[in-house]
Design a protein around this ligand. Sequence first.
Ligand SMILES: Cc1cc2nc3c(=O)[nH]c(=O)nc-3n(C[C@H](O)[C@H](O)[C@H](O)COP(=O)(O)OP(=O)(O)OC[C@H]3O[C@@H](n4cnc5c(N)ncnc54)[C@H](O)[C@@H]3O)c2cc1C
Length: 295
Amino acid sequence: MLRRFELHQPATVQEASRLRGRYGDDAGFYAGGTELLLVMKEGLLRYGHLVDLKTIPRLDGIVHDAGSNTLRIGAVATHTSVERSPVVARHFPLLAEVERAVANVRVKNVGTIGGNLCFAEPHADPGTLCVACEAIMHLEGPAGCREVPAGEFFLDAYETARGADEVLTEVRLPVPGPHTCGAYMKFGFHERPTLGVAVLLMLDTGHAHVAEARVAVGCVHPRPTRLREVEVKIKGRTVADVLRTLDEISQAVDGTITPTDDLHGSAEYKTEMTKVFVRRAIRTACARFDGGHLS
Ligand SMILES: Cc1cc2nc3c(=O)[nH]c(=O)nc-3n(C[C@H](O)[C@H](O)[C@H](O)COP(=O)(O)OP(=O)(O)OC[C@H]3O[C@@H](n4cnc5c(N)ncnc54)[C@H](O)[C@@H]3O)c2cc1C
């Protein structure tokens, strides 16, 4: 049962942060409520005050910052609005692809990208892409603003580098260069994913070799993780060479990940599935290489 609480509707991020500071641990930020209200109903969290972030103007903006060539996604943008955004479609279609695969229509229409990232449920999708593309989390709190790279934002299951009074205001994703191809592959029988793999391959200007490879895996560990050993195996190779040696490349997953047994499967199963999905995601990314565009 949901206990009584007072709902505060601040007009600014600073006011939201101050309200959280005033009521301390008796207050929580509230966006779509798809996670928060569930844990409150189950009595796992008890708040007398909820600070609604959706009423803050412009916190749901989705813009392309041409100066930094960055996509700026407001924290309270819903999964649906990110998925359907023409700005996202134009500059980072892979993000739309990830969002398309999130949850169901009801959750997507209400749940926000910021809520997803701040809740840091290990079985989630957007964080994996954020880690792969080296997104930046923009936080605003009593001490001002700060930026945290996605790779340092996720600390553990349900734990992030965000301070209790800090609001995640936006996620900044560097727009992949024109010679980049990518893919996101997920798998799962349950409502939430069992596995997610994000791949970005940046080709050199001659389009001959992979200048940089980013491979991140989600759901296997308590937080999304870069597979550096896999990346090293890809870097410097031609697309044709990568495709020819996919088995060898995916073997680098062994010893790179340290999954644990849980309801989503045994550690051994997760390792094998990760190899399969790393292979598939790389193959898909390579197949999308159409002469230099992320499709
Ligand atoms: C049935 C179901 C299926 C799902 N399937 C998937 C799936 O396939 N893939 C996937 O990735 N996710 C999935 N999810 C998770 C879903 O994406 C999240 O529930 C949603 O994005 C959370 O957003 P919200 O706005 O509702 O967050 P809320 O519930 O409002 O908040 C979540 C937490 O984040 C904090 N918070 C929220 N916004 C901010 C902010 N801007 N700054 C600081 N703190 C903040 C809140 O205080 C709270 O602790 C699923 C959820 C459900 C219920």
